[in-house]
Design a protein around this ligand. Sequence first.
Ligand code: GLU
Length: 468
Amino acid sequence: MSNNRVRVRFAPSPTGHLHIGGLRTALFNYLFARHNNGSYLLRIEDTDLERSTDEFKNSILDSFAWIGMNSDEPVVIQSDRFAEHEKVIEKLIQEKKAYRCYCSPEDLADRLGKGGEDVFVRYDRYCFANSKTVGGTEGSFVVRFVMNENDPEIYSFDDMIRDTVTFLPDQFDDFIIVRSDGGPVYNFVVVVDDAFMKITHVIRGEEHIPNTPKQIALYKACGYAIPRFAHLPMILGPGGAKLSKRTGAKSVYEYKHEGYLPDALVNYLARLGWSHGDQEIFTRPELVLAFSLEQVGKKGAIFDTQKLDWINGLYIRSCTSTDLVQYIASAMDERFFDAMNLWSPEIICTVIDLFKERVTTIIQLMSDLKIFYDGPSADSLKNSEIQLSPAVRTVLENVIHRIQNEEWTASLLKEVALESGVRVAEIALPFRVALIGKTDGPGINDMVRVLGRVVVEKRLALLLMEHA
Ligand code: GLU
């Protein structure tokens, strides 16, 4: 096996941020590589110079750094290899495995008909047969690859997820490998670069299945070893509909900013299309150990935001408060804790422990911390739906009075409530609204201990005022 070490790659085009579906494809590559002690590589496919930008390239690489899935070797930038691509094109032309084609789109339409949107019009090899133009240098041309109709190996391949996939030769023609602007196309460069990077397994989205025969033909023509292929099922929205922005089709960048933890996202995505009994929660080493392409399903996998939220909540709760402080400062907002200068690092940790139990995202946690520190706004108090009965008002007024004169104790609220014949449960809701603007949250005693009686008194008074 040592000569045959697994080498896989993920090859995004920098025409947008890294998408959640792309991350899942990259993750399956990564897990497959790690499971087999192989290498996981990244290549930026920027041959579409018009749509590719440095900003997107950097954003994609940043997303991988955040997830903790950097390339094992320096990232290959496809456009750095243009000269190499050209050499291979020239060689193919010389060996008569490719040829220049001078037919304009109008010529083709006249001769072959226009076809319709879904009608495939096969090129008739006019320029292959027409010696006047073959090898010519004048006029605008594309380069076409000679597709061998008689080689069955090209049209049938063994997919590691779908078993044998077979096409008919007449679904293909001498396809273009260099456009009239001189730019080589994806199907060509992907083969040259995968061979250069010694990729042994190509694991990618199923939309590339129809490209695979073209690529196999190119591997053979160039004399490269053909890798094995695995095409992953699509990610779908609820009910099998197309995944939309609302149902989860977002960039990794957005998930980061919405407060998902990288390990939670990885855990969730790993189980999207891959199964391992009933187990849902995996550490990364457990994923590496358990992962195999055999357990990847053929059917589309349904994206479930609720499950992602549930997993994210679990991961947040499993972090220590110190981890969460560090994560917020390093990944979310460097200055977040600057505004909480009345709290010592120990208090911040105590507060995080109080609030982390109930959140599903880091953004929610940050929002809870901020409101707890600043106090709820007058508007949020006014808009809160609680009703303050006269009895409840009296209890809250009495609490204010008590804490103006004495320290808070765990039984203080109970005592004051009992005096007015009100149940503590009835006081708890407005009390929480006064402290944090909502009815659910940490225990009142825990919160009062952090805030201190002066702050609590002010917040209770504000609630009474806004609900006067
Ligand atoms: N750049 C291609 C894409 O983003 C890569 C396809 C492949 O993995 O071969 O779809």
